[in-house]
Design a protein around this ligand. Structure first.
Ligand code: ZN
Ligand code: MN
Length: 482
């Protein structure tokens, strides 16, 4: 980056609520159906049709507000946001303007300087628009209105994020909260979570906020991060050159990793919001709020703190483990039958996470259902007893037990028992020493680290079966005999 600048970021996130049907009609809110098959007069915006608020959608929105620590509005009211676009046959989107479902709340994130509360401005309910399809034909654009009327919650932060890393962290934590609260599946591939970023920069903290640039078309958290980084650099360079910044909307091009001007940015008053006459405002009962609050599960932040307090885990480990409820349950079940919490955490962070990353389809299908806690604990027991080297346990046995096989059986069938017999170890040592005269010379001239290299060579030769704890001394002894 050229000059040092102060970055200010606000995020607007559209989250698809977990309802089988749309927000104002009973059409299926389904992904991947035949185009224009999930439609009716209401979501097509045909004259004379009347919207009816889906109560399930409403209670999911309320849950989201409460899970995020916001305050629900007393009066629930919907408004029309007027604009023209071919994917919006009604000419307006039903949204909420002056009485959003919730105000305030926050998402806590970890930053290098400590915990930060990302303050939320509001959460409102609205309907999604349809979708334009441009790649079916070279000369025509097609419209699919299946998505029109899909229930969304729009969650708007205050402009309080200072970097692309904070934005990424915020989205990750927001997703975890919404998923845990059962508000949304947050499946990015199905467009359940879409984000717009408002980015501005200024030179000094005393300066007023710079002109706000809104970036759209951000389809992944990675894209959000990259787009913010690109935009900060672009704006800083423009500022350096003395160019006048304009308020505008830009589109992110993920292939070219660049933003492009889309239009000069409109303000809220351009939309001529007015009350939706077909949906009567109503009061939200306190009892309904309390009932929703009581039904919330323990949220990720609290779960993390529980893990830290209960098992003395580091914040980092606790966060990784509680990010997935199944992993957290697995961890707790293992700890019940094996008391070394640290070792269990290491296996989960290392082998279990690697398995999940490398076999994502399989993991989606089976999760940890085949890896019973007993199997992992038995495997750790074999390492503790010296029957297995850690390396063989990780590389050769774990991939089998994760699919439900017993570790003892795998060790037996594959002949993986650790070799601790001095005679056998010395056999390998002699061979390795003979093959590495240069390293032996190094040792003779006082380079102690040469021994570590030879330990590695013996481990390799023995295919990981040699007992590494015994090798150092044996190798030194042999080298001194030369
Ligand atoms: Zn419909
Ligand atoms: Mn919106």
């Amino acid at each position: 980056m050229s000059a040092q600048v102060i970055v200010t970021i606000g995020l607007e996130t559209h989250v698809q609520l977990k309802s089988r049907t749309k927000i104002f009609c009973s059409c299926a809110a389904e992904f991947g159906s035949t185009p224009n098959s999930n439609v009716c007069p209401v979501c097509l915006g045909l004259p004379g049709s009347l919207p009816v608020l889906n109560r399930k959608v409403f209670s999911l929105g309320l849950r989201a507000v409460l899970a995020l620590g916001g305050t629900p509005s007393e009066v629930i009211k919907f408004d029309r946001k007027n604009y023209f676009y071919p994917d919006l046959p009604k000419g307006y989107q039903i949204s909420q303007f002056d009485h959003p479902l919730g105000r305030g709340g926050f998402v806590e994130i970890d930053t290098p300087t400590g915990v930060k509360q990302v303050v939320l401005n509001r959460l409102h309910l609205e309907e999604d628009a349809g979708k334009l399809i441009h790649d079916n034909s070279p000369t025509e654009s097609h419209v699919d209105l299946n998505r029109a009327g899909t229930p969304l919650a729009e969650i708007v932060t205050e402009p309080c994020l200072d970097s692309s890393e904070e934005a990424y962290e915020y989205l990750t934590n927001l997703k975890a909260i919404l998923k845990t609260a059962g508000v949304s599946d947050c499946d990015m591939e199905k467009g359940h979570l879409r984000c717009d970023a408002n980015v501005s920069i200024r030179k000094n903290a005393a300066d007023p906020l710079g002109k706000r640039v809104e970036i759209k078309n951000l389809n992944s958290f990675k894209a959000v991060k990259a787009a913010i980084e690109y935009e900060v650099k672009r704006q800083a360079e423009a500022l350096e050159k003395g160019e006048v910044m304009v308020q505008e909307t830009r589109l992110w091009d993920d292939t070219r990793q660049k933003t492009f001007t889309m239009r000069s940015k409109e303000d809220a008053h351009d939309y001529r919001y007015f009350p939706e006459p077909d949906l009567v405002p109503f009061h939200l009962e306190v009892s309904e709020i309390e009932e929703a609050r009581k039904s919330l599960p323990t949220l990720p932040r609290a779960r993390k703190e529980n893990l830290m307090a209960k098992y003395n885990l580091s914040e980092y480990d606790a966060r990784l483990i509680c990010a997935d409820q199944e992993i957290e349950n697995f961890f707790e079940d293992c700890v019940k039958i094996y008391n070394d919490v640290k070792t269990i955490a290491i296996w989960i962070k290392g082998s279990v996470f690697a398995y999940r990353a490398e076999n994502s389809d399989e993991f989606k299908k089976f999760g940890l259902s085949r890896l019973k806690p007993q199997l992992l604990v038995q495997l750790i027991g074999l390492v503790d007893a010296g029957t297995l080297s850690l390396q063989v346990a990780k590389e050769k046995v774990f991939p089998e037990i994760v699919r439900g096989f017993s570790p003892a059986q795998v060790v037996k069938e594959k002949g993986l028992t650790q070799v601790s017999d001095t005679g056998a170890l010395e056999g390998w040592i002699v061979e390795v020493i003979a093959a590495n005269p240069k390293v032996v010379e190094d040792f003779k001239s006082g380079k102690e680290s040469a021994v570590m290299f030879l330990v590695g060579q013996v481990m390799k030769k023995s295919q990981g079966k040699a007992n590494p704890g015994m090798l150092g001394e044996l190798i030194k002894k042999k080298l001194k005999e030369i």
